[in-house]
Ligand binder design. Structure first.
Ligand SMILES: *Cc1c(COP(=O)(O)O)cnc(C)c1O
Length: 377
C-alpha cells in the first residue's frame, strides 16, 4: 500500500503512510470491538499486546522491562521529564535544535524549581560540540534531540551520554525523527521518546518511552494510576518495577496493536537497511535541490538524515508548499516556533521540509525535483 493518486509522498517526518499490516491491525481490531466489546476484544489480543514490549525493545536495543507505550512522543517526554528530580541551582542542558514541545515544559519547570535551562554549543557542522560540553555536578539532565524537526543533521548520542555519565547527568533522547529511519540499536542513552506516526509508519496518537532499568530507580514518576502502581491497601500503593509505571490503565488498543505492527514491519525490513535507503534518497533530493537555480538547501550536520529543508528566493515557503501539493508532491513547512533557538540563530522563519522514506522511488524524486523547479520560479 502506498500513497494514492500518484502522490509523491515526501512527508514521513510529519505523518507517514502506514503500510497495509498496520491498517489491517487497527481496522480489524475496531471491527472486533463492535462484535464482542472492547474488554473481550483486548483480552483476545492479550498475548500480542504483551509481546509488543519485546518488539519495541528489539527496535530500541533495550530490555522489554524498559519500554512503556504512550499516546505521543510529547506524552512520553512529559512523563519522563516530570520524573527527573530538579531543585534550585540545577542545570538542564538542551541542544540548539531543541523542539518547542520539550522547551515549554522545561521552561515551566525551571520557573517552578529555580533550575536553569541552558543551550549547549554546536560545532561548525551544527551538531552538539561534545568536546565543548561544560558539565558539572549541577547538570541533572541533558535533553538531546537526535534528529531535529527542521533539518538534516544527526546529533551524536553515545558520545554525549559518555560525558553525561562522568558528571552524573541523565540523557533524555528525543528520537522522534530518528525512530524508524535510523538504526537506534547500540546507542547509549538513559531515556528515549518516540512517536508512532512519523518514520515508523504507525498510527497517529501513538508513542513510546524507554527508561533504562537502572535509571528508573533514580526517577520519581508522579502521574501514576492503578496500572502504574498497585493499590495494595486503603492507604498504601506499590509502584510497578518496570517502565510501565509510566503507563495509564486506559489506552487505544487498536492503535497500540497498529504501532506494534509498524515496529514489526520496520524490524522485518531491517533498521540498518532502512537507514541506508532513506539516506540515499535524501542525498539524491538534496543534491538535486542544490543544483536548482533560486533554491537554497538549509540542512546542517556532518552526518545527515532523511529530512531535507530548503527555500526558494522567489516563492515563500508556505506558498511553495501549497503549489507543490497542487502538483501532487507532499511536503510541509517547518516553522520558527518548533525550533526557535536554531531558526533564530540562522535567521530563518520557515523552511520547506521534504522527507522521503524508503518507499519513495528515485524516479519520483526526479519528478519532485522538476516540480519544485517549476513551482519555485
Ligand atoms: C514531532 C516531534 C516531537 C513530538 O512528537 P508528538 O508525537 O507530536 O508528540 C518531538 N520532537 C521532535 C524532534 C519532533 O519532530
Amino acid at each position: 500500500m502506498g500513497p494514492v493518486n500518484d502522490l509523491i509522498f515526501l512527508d514521513s517526518a510529519g505523518s507517514s503512510i502506514p503500510p497495509a499490516p498496520v491498517v489491517d491491525e487497527v481496522v480489524g481490531h475496531l471491527r472486533r470491538e463492535t462484535e464482542v466489546g472492547g474488554y473481550r476484544a483486548a483480552a483476545e489480543r492479550h498475548d500480542d499486546l504483551e509481546a509488543g514490549y519485546g518488539v519495541l525493545a528489539e527496535l530500541f536495543g533495550c530490555a522489554p522491562s524498559e519500554v512503556a507505550f504512550t499516546d505521543s512522543a510529547t506524552r512520553s517526554w512529559l512523563a519522563a521529564f516530570d520524573a527527573v528530580p530538579l531543585a534550585a541551582g540545577d542545570r538542564v542542558l538542551v541542544t540548539e535544535v531543541e523542539y518547542g514541545g520539550n522547551a515549554v515544559p522545561m521552561l515551566r519547570r525551571a520557573e517552578e524549581t529555580g533550575a536553569t535551562v541552558e543551550v549547549m554549543p554546536s560545532d561548525r557542522h551544527g551538531q552538539v560540540d561534545v568536546a565543548a560540553l561544560d558539565l558539572d555536578e549541577r547538570v541533572k539532565l541533558i535533553s538531546l534531540v537526535h534528529v531535529p524537526t527542521n533539518g538534516g543533521l544527526v546529533n551524536p548520542v553515545s558520545e554525549v551520554t559518555a560525558k553525561a555519565r562522568e558528571a552524573g547527568a541523565l540523557v533524555l533522547l528525543d528520537a522522534c525523527q530518528s525512530t524508524g529511519q535510523i538504526d537506534l540499536r547500540g546507542l547509549d542513552y538513559d531515556m528515549l521518546v518516540c512517536t508512532g506516526r512519523k518514520w515508523l509508519r504507525g498510527p497517529r496518537g501513538t508513542g513510546a518511552l524507554v527508561v533504562r532499568d537502572d535509571v528508573r530507580r533514580r526517577l520519581r514518576p508522579r502521574l501514576i494510576d492503578h496500572s502504574g502502581a498497585e493499590w495494595t491497601g486503603p492507604g498504601r500503593y506499590e509502584p510497578r518495577d518496570d517502565a510501565r509505571v509510566f503507563e495509564l490503565w486506559e489506552f487505544n488498543v487498536a492503535d497500540r496493536l497498529g504501532l506494534i505492527a509498524a515496529a514489526r514491519y520496520a524490524l522485518a525490513k531491517g533498521p540498518d537497511v532502512i537507514e541506508t535507503e532513506v539516506r540515499e534518497r535524501a542525498e539524491h533530493l538534496r543534491e538535486g535541490l542544490a543544483a536548482l537555480p533560486g533554491i537554497t538547501v538549509h540542512d546542517l550536520g556532518e552526518r545527515r538524515s532523511g529530512i531535507v529543508t530548503f527555500t526558494s528566493d522567489r516563492v515563500p515557503p508556505v506558498e511553495l508548499k501549497d503549489r507543490l501539493w497542487e502538483e501532487n508532491v507532499a511536503v510541509t513547512v517547518s516553522q520558527l516556533s518548533s525550533t526557535r533557538i536554531d531558526m533564530t540563530k540562522r535567521g530563518l522563519d520557515e523552511v520547506v521540509r521534504a522527507s522521503p522514506h524508503y518507499f519513495v522511488t528515485h524516479e519520483e524524486i526526479d519528478q519532485a525535483l522538476e516540480r519544485i523547479s517549476r513551482s519555485g520560479r
